[in-house]
Design a protein around this ligand. Sequence first.
Ligand code: MD3
Ligand code: FE
Length: 216
Amino acid sequence: MNLDLFDEEDRLYQWREDLYPGAVVLRRYAMAQDRALLAAVESVVAVSPWREAFTPGRLKMSVLVTGCGAYGMTNDGDYGMRAIDPVTGMAWPPMPEIFRELGVNAAAEAGFIGYLPNMVHINRYQPGAKLGMHQDRGENDTLEPIVSVSLGLPATFKMGGFQRADKSVNVPLGHGDVVVWGGPSRMRFHGVLPVKPGTHPLVGALRINLTIRYVK
Ligand code: MD3
Ligand code: FE
């Protein structure tokens, strides 16, 4: 197989899948910008390095995290949003323009006009890493969308209901896939199954997920 040609073809197709009202998968939407997005992640990590994170029950999570913009998530288990990075004691790095633009454009594709994201939380998964079922409550806003961008190894995303025990559906997410979660889907429980071992040609043995957010 001609891998270069395959790579070019890979960038040709994108499509959308409506999951629930307010929840839209934009397949491969970020594919053409993958290198620039990864470079922007590295520029963030140079200021606010990857760090461990803990659950509300003080268990060490299997992902490493960082972030950028006006706020970042605390890593001590309270899911709070802080203007100062607790690791560096300084402001989070500014949000790269490419993150803001992707967030605004993807949200508009899903019907959310006038979205003004002001932070990005970034998760880094090694094979085996996962994210238990949770709701995203730290934004103090239950309607503005969260735009999720997957890079690197594929993963299975679990999309649940509004109670932790509600049935969930599995959504496979691959490199370049973007998901917009807003409006009536914003407070659904969700999680990520353990990432399977593998190597992505650009990202290596990693999955990186950006969540572009608006914190009130
Ligand atoms: C569904 N990250 O950081 S966000 C997180 O793949 C997180 O790392 C996931 O969940 C990851 O909190 C992907 C996807 C997401 C975000 C908000 C949602 C899904 C959502 C809100 C409601 C429903
Ligand atoms: Fe989440």
